[in-house]
Design a protein around this ligand. Structure first.
Ligand SMILES: [Zn+2]
Length: 214
């Protein structure tokens, strides 16, 4: 009996996964984006695939049709089912996309830095009339976290009050105001960059400071 438990213990411990912490050589910063999910510090954007956008448009149309049907009628029930199926399809497409994106990043980089969500996300969501939840950011970051951790890599979340958009990633000067409509960040030092890329670079730098302290 004891032998049985001993063997079982060995098997269990063997299957426990203890990834060895990997030395950080490559770091990337991600700036949350309502439209594309994220913009990274290298200037790359994750774009939701076209079929996903098309399905979203179709959903809006079908929901409009549903709202015109008499509640409880046969045609209403039929339409409701159609909308529900479309919802499910979209949720699956989104999940698939988020898995692919997080997998790609976790493979490419040793450390990914993001902002802890996020007043910025909230304000952007309000601006675009969508919820942060719809965009899948929460799901994306949790996928990213476990995919990194199982390889001994890191996800660093930085403080949501860090002024990533208003700081110049070149000289560090913080601008007093920056409206959402200003897509290009310009600084007195002469630095000019896409607004989101500038933010992503700042997020990366902030994460690297944390790495140096840790
Ligand atoms: Zn500057």
């Amino acid at each position: 009996m004891f032998i049985f438990y001993f063997i079982r213990f060995c098997l269990l411990t063997e299957y426990e996964h203890h990834p060895v912490s990997k030395e950080v050589q490559t770091v990337v910063g991600l700036d949350f984006s309502m439209n594309t999910l994220y913009v990274d510090s290298e200037g790359k954007r994750a774009n939701y695939p076209r079929f996903y956008r098309q399905a979203l448009e179709k959903l809006t149309r079908e929901q409009r049709v549903l709202s015109r049907r008499r509640k409880g009628s046969n045609r209403w029930h039929k339409q409701r089912l159609k909308v529900a199926k479309l919802h499910e399809k979209i949720a699956n497409q989104r999940k698939d996309f988020l898995h692919k994106e997080s997998h790609k990043l976790a493979k490419l980089y040793d450390c990914v830095v993001i902002e802890d969500l996020n007043m910025k996300g909230m304000s952007q969501a309000l601006h675009f009339g969508q919820s942060v939840h719809d965009n899948g950011w929460g799901m994306f970051t949790s996928f990213l976290q476990y995919k990194l951790e199982e390889q001994g890599k890191k996800l660093i979340k930085i403080d949501k009050w860090f002024p990533s958009s208003k700081t110049c990633s070149c000289c560090g000067q913080v601008r007093e105001s920056l409206s959402l409509s200003e897509r290009t960040f310009r600084c007195e030092c002469g630095f000019e960059s896409d607004r989101d890329v500038n933010a992503a670079i700042n997020i990366k730098h902030e994460g690297m400071k944390r790495l140096a302290i840790a």
